[in-house]
Write a protein that binds this ligand. Sequence first.
Ligand SMILES: Nc1ncnc2c1ncn2[C@@H]1O[C@H](COP(=O)(O)OP(=O)(O)O)[C@@H](O)[C@H]1O
Ligand SMILES: [Mg+2]
Length: 456
Amino acid sequence: MMHSLRARLLWWVLLPLAAFMFVAGVMSYDAARHTAALLQDNALLASARTIGEDIEWNNGELRADIPPAALEMFESPYHDHVFYKVVAGEDRLLVGTPELSLPEGQRPYPVFYDTTLEGQAIRAVAFRRQLYDAGAALPVVVVVGKTQASREGMLAQLWHPQLIRQGMMLVLAVLLVLIGLTSELRPLMKLKDDVADRDPMQLEPVRVDHLPTELRPIVDAINQCIARLKLHTSTQRQFVADAAHQLRTPLTVLDTQVQCARQSAEDPAALADALGAIHRTSRKMTEMTNQLLLLARAESAPSPVPSVPVDMAQVVSSVLEELILAAQRRNIDLGAELGEDLRVAGSEQLLTALVANLVDNAIRYTQEGGCVTARCRRVDEEVVLDVIDNGPGIPAEIRAHVFERFYRGKTDVEGTGLGLAIVRRIAQSHGATVGIAPGEGRVGLVATVHLPAWKE
Ligand SMILES: Nc1ncnc2c1ncn2[C@@H]1O[C@H](COP(=O)(O)OP(=O)(O)O)[C@@H](O)[C@H]1O
Ligand SMILES: [Mg+2]
């Protein structure tokens, strides 16, 4: 299998051309052979006629003199052997080579035929003439034959120049096709260089002007890919910058807190306070780091995630089990309403993170003594998860922003601003949609996720 486009195009041009040349060559060989045979037969017949004309009666005897002109016409650089014989009546040899055979069967004269003599192929003609003497007719047959060297020579002379002409045409065609292909493929090579020589940071689109129309779709596709890559790189860069910024703040705080702890080395109560503060800050940083890792994992998850059946009833139950202590601490009534057949396709780990972030938000932002319910049910081909709380809800004007990374509402509650970004990312990779809306009677918040149900 050839991978070079040029070689393949060349092949497809040359293959039909060579087939055509071959057929033309065979045809011209045939024509040349025919012409050579015709010329030779004409010369043989002319020679036989000349001999025949010189046969005459001489004193009641038939005499056959061979005129030199009859044989001179065969002189050629090929030095063919020429044979002749003259037979009178049935088989009376007047002159010539007796072994030269006569044509077989009865045929109208003159007869052209192939025979052999002394092991050589001979082309011969038999020519008949009636000689009259005193009213009696006597048939006389003149046979002239010759070897084939001059015929082969003539054939070569006729045919070789044709062959050379066709060979030259083929070479010329190859050259022209090669030149044409090279110049036509130049834009493609230029395109290749343009893409291959790029610096990884250079995300400018490939230029489309001067490109043949066939290449436009490819370049457009490459450019779309570059545009997506550019967007992805810039969001990634922004994310790293934001993450560094978010971690820097608690690190600065930690530094101050450690200095503070050093200074209060003498006072055990102050030292305990300072260590407590250090502990809180480091916990916050751990939480931030965990959320960053989770988001990174959600983002690098293949989309769509590999399909394994995951039972949402189990996922919700395990999340509630994890968070029940946090809810009790805030005196929140945490409950679940689970329907039947809640299997979806996806990753159990990521779906657990999704539910955990929603329930965690509900518990965090709802006032003490509030109520949080995780409700999951099957609706046609979807599994619908609602996380309902009766907390403060999210004001309409910031609802559009809460899914952004690091976005936090005005609140005293601690957090990273990554929870809902993680939720949205996981939903996306599961082909799910996520939305938030005020709860019943405009109280609290309902976060709803529509997941496609598992199909066998
Ligand atoms: N159940 C909820 N009730 C009220 N506000 C919420 C709720 N869930 C999220 N929010 C608001 O959305 C913001 C973004 O949430 P999230 O992305 O989870 O980050 P974080 O919880 O770390 O602040 C929160 O800062 C909060 O203002
Ligand atoms: Mg949160």
